[in-house]
Design a protein around this ligand. Structure first.
Ligand code: AMP
Ligand code: MG
Length: 298
C-alpha cells in the first residue's frame, strides 16, 4: 500500500486485482465497503482492459486524459478487478492521472491501481505528503512525496454507464470543459439515493463546524476568506485566493481548512466563493463540510 501524489489529491494505492491489497485500503481509511474505489491506469489500453468505452467515453478520454477526470463505465467482460474495489457493482470508475509521479508509479506497477484519497473516510483530503503521514501514520507503508497537488480538489466523476452523461461529483475538471465536448450534463444530486457514495451529505469535513457565506468572522471564529476585500492572513485568517481566482481557491482549500481546524477557534466562517471554474467543486466540498454529521463521532 503506497500513498502517491496525483494532480488532484494524494491517493492511497494498492493493486486493484488483489483482494488483499484492496481490503487493506478500506481498513486503513475505515471506508465503508459499499463505497467503491477509483481505479488508476497508465494508459488507454489499461483502461480498455477494465471498462467498455462507447463513443462518448472515447471523446472524453481523448479530450481529458491524462487528467482530473474519472469515468464510471460498464466493466469489460472478464475485467481482472477485485470485487472489493468496485463494491460488487457492474461498473468501474477509471482514471488516467496526469501527475508525473503517479504516472511513473503506474508504469512501474504495470497493473491497475485502486486509489481513493489517502485520508480517513469522511475527513478532509490530503494535498501534501505531510497531510498523509499525519492522517494515516503507520497504516501506510510508504508515501511518495511529490510536493503540493497542483489542482487541489478530487477528480470530477462522470457517469457514462447509462444513456445520459451524469455528473456524480464536481471536481478538478470544470463542468464547462466537459460540456464543450459532451453537451449538457445531467446532475445526480438526490442525497437520499446517492449513485456515488461521495455524494453522501457529510463528507470532506474538518473537525470544527463551518458557517458558510459569512461576511466576516464572529469573535470565536476563524475565517476562510476569498478575494481582495478580506482581512490579511493571520493565525485565524487564511485567504483562499486574494486575487479572487476560484482555481487558486481549489488549490488552497484543503490545506487551509486543515490549518484553521487547529487554530483554536470554535468554528470556521467561510466567505462566499463564485461557482465559475473549479469554484463549483470548492462550493460542493464546503457544503458537504458544513453538512450535519450523522454517524460521525468527532
Ligand atoms: P475518492 O475516495 O475521492 O477516490 O472517491 C471516489 C469516488 O468515486 C467516490 O465518490 C465513489 O463513490 C465514486 N465511485 C467509484 N466507483 C464508482 C462506481 N462504480 N459508480 C459510481 N461511483 C463510483
Ligand atoms: Mg475521498
Amino acid at each position: 500500500m503506497v500513498a502517491f501524489p496525483t494532480e488532484t489529491v494524494y491517493g492511497l494505492g494498492g493493486v486493484a486485482t488483489s483482494d488483499a491489497a484492496v481490503a487493506r485500503i478500506y481498513a486503513a481509511k475505515r471506508r465503508p465497503a459499499h463505497n467503491p474505489l477509483i481505479v488508476h491506469v497508465a494508459d488507454l489500453a489499461g483502461a480498455r482492459a477494465l471498462a467498455r468505452f462507447d463513443e462518448r467515453a472515447h471523446s472524453a478520454a481523448e479530450a481529458f486524459w491524462p487528467g482530473p477526470l474519472t469515468l464510471v463505465l460498464p466493466q469489460a467482460p472478464g475485467a481482472p478487478l477485485s470485487r472489493l474495489a468496485t463494491a460488487g457493482l457492474d461498473t468501474v470508475a477509471v482514471r488516467i492521472p496526469a501527475h508525473p509521479v503517479a504516472r511513473a508509479l503506474l508504469a512501474a506497477v504495470f497493473l491497475p491501481v485502486a486509489a481513493p484519497s489517502a485520508n480517513p473516510s469522511g475527513s478532509v483530503s490530503p494535498t501534501t505528503a505531510r497531510h498523509v503521514a499525519a492522517d494515516l501514520g503507520d497504516a501506510v507503508d510508504l508515501v511518495l512525496d511529490g510536493g503540493a497537488c497542483p489542482v487541489g480538489v478530487e477528480s470530477t466523476v462522470l457517469d457514462l454507464s447509462g444513456p445520459e452523461a451524469r455528473l456524480l461529483r464536481p471536481g478538478g475538471l470544470e463542468r464547462a470543459a466537459l460540456e464543450r465536448v459532451l453537451g449538457p450534463l445531467a446532475q445526480s444530486s438526490d442525497p437520499a439515493a446517492p449513485r456515488s457514495p461521495g455524494q453522501l451529505a457529510s463528507h470532506y469535513a474538518p473537525r470544527l463546524p463551518l458557517r458558510l457565506d459569512a461576511i466576516e468572522a464572529e469573535p470565536d471564529e476563524a475565517l476562510l476568506a476569498f478575494g481582495p476585500d478580506a482581512p490579511a492572513d493571520g493565525v485565524l485568517v487564511r485567504n483562499l485566493s486574494p486575487a479572487g481566482d476560484p482555481d487558486e481557491a481549489a488549490r488552497n482549500l484543503f490545506a487551509m481548512l486543515r490549518e484553521l481546524d487547529v487554530s483554536g477557534a470554535a468554528r470556521i466562517a467561510v466567505m462566499p466563493i463564485p461557482a465559475e471554474g473549479l469554484g463549483e467543486a470548492v462550493r460542493d466540498r464546503l457544503r458537504r463540510a458544513a453538512a450535519p454529521r450523522a454517524g460521525r463521532s468527532r
